[in-house]
Design a protein around this ligand. Structure first.
Ligand SMILES: NC(=O)c1ccc[n+]([C@@H]2O[C@H](COP(=O)([O-])OP(=O)(O)OC[C@H]3O[C@@H](n4cnc5c(N)ncnc54)[C@H](OP(=O)(O)O)[C@@H]3O)[C@@H](O)[C@H]2O)c1
Length: 331
């Protein structure tokens, strides 16, 4: 390999742009493990980064793609050897260190996780950061005492990547899952993933959110932030647990302390980006076993490397559904 194909994100005249380029091997970033990339994926963050819709990139130019799976070709780290199948997600990948939208990537060994047995390189990217985050949210909520017997769990942004995977994982664990979506046409999709009920965002009255309202949820996985998260906080049951994951609707949160001090509600911040061991390997092992989403195949689809840039607009417009796997070199 002297040079390799990559989707490079650059800043030109204050504007962010992405384009396919051939990079010389010397442009690989520092690291101890060099990986031939088999698959990457598309997350909301990838779309924000590649289009400049969000200030995600911390170093220009940067190869996009916060997720990758592939096979080690060179390693100076004793934990990995050539031929090993691995996953690398999060940390600086695709935001301050060349990422998965490239035929090759070189990363620090601490960012690499061995591919769990029973998980294919494709499945690892059908899960990707979205699956890792959804499972981390469930792990953290259960550590905080959430069980299916405590009551219903609401999932917002339900048709998106994190949302679809959270619905699937929670349903398989026996939870009564209520999916909140803006897409009326996708109610059957969500029921097929295991949602017991589907609520439409447009049917909620968010104009007057009371400090405390009727208690409905034992748990919540929130991908949206803003008024939706404020409404969720006000409708949590006594001792309920919220996993705050995303900001697809808004970065802001205007709420009161009432749910926290009068109902003992916990607001758990979920950051999959920089959480290290022991969580990182443990969550991937859960995803390959007791938290494996039963409908992963149905909710994911594959696109070619060249199809990548055109897809980002779907994510920015909130039209994304399920998971998109990008075939780079293939398995
Ligand atoms: N904390 C972390 O470590 C972490 C990790 C991964 C992702 N995230 C965040 O989690 C969120 C979801 O990520 P993702 O990759 O699953 O995104 P995604 O696949 O693009 O899905 C987001 C979903 O949210 C809903 N939505 C989008 N825009 C909206 C808007 N303006 N107002 C209301 N709803 C909107 C839509 O679902 P419906 O139509 O079904 O509502 C959409 O499909 C993002 O904010 C992402 O940045 C955080």
């Amino acid at each position: 390999m002297d040079s390799f194909k990559a989707l490079l994100i650059e800043e030109r005249d204050g504007k962010v742009a992405n384009s396919f380029v051939m990079l010389d091997k010397s442009r690989l970033d520092p690291g101890t493990v060099t990986i031939r990339v088999a698959y990457s994926s598309v997350n909301f963050k990838d779309a924000l980064a590649a289009t400049g819709a969000g200030k995600i990139i911390r170093r220009f130019p940067c190869v996009g793609g916060i997720d990758l799976s592939g096979v080690v070709v060179e390693s100076a780290d004793s934990r990995f050897k050539p031929g090993d199948a691995v996953i690398a997600t999060s940390f600086d990948i695709g935001v301050a260190h060349h990422g998965g939208y490239a035929e090759f990537a070189r990363v620090p060994g601490d960012w690499v996780v061995p591919l769990p047995a029973d998980l294919s390189l494709y499945d690892a990217m059908a899960l990707g950061t979205a699956g890792f985050t959804a499972a981390l949210g469930v792990v953290r909520m259960e550590e905080n005492g959430l069980t299916p017997e405590k009551g219903p769990v609401i999932v917002t942004g339900a048709t998106g990547g994190v949302g679809s995977l959270a619905v699937d994982i929670l349903a398989r664990r026996g939870y009564h899952v209520v999916a909140l979506t803006g897409k009326e046409s996708e109610a059957d999709y969500l029921r097929n993933l295991g949602a017991a009920e589907v609520l439409l965002r447009q049917d909620l009255d968010l104009s007057k959110i009371r400090p405390l309202d009727s208690a409905r949820w034992a748990g919540a996985v929130d991908n949206l932030g803003g008024d939706i998260l404020a409404w969720i906080a006000s409708t949590m049951m006594q001792g309920g647990t919220i996993a705050s994951i995303g900001l697809a609707a808004s970065m802001k949160l205007n709420t009161t302390v009432a749910p926290f001090i009068l109902r003992g509600v916990s607001l758990l911040g979920i950051d999959s980006g920089y959480i290290g061991e022991p969580y990182r390997s443990a969550v991937w092992k859960h995803l390959a076993s007791d938290m494996r989403p039963p409908h992963l195949g149905k909710m994911s689809r594959k696109i070619g490397f060249d199809e990548l840039p055109a897809i980002f607009d779907e994510y920015i417009a909130g039209r994304a559904k399920g998971r998109v796997v990008v075939e780079i070199g293939g398995a």
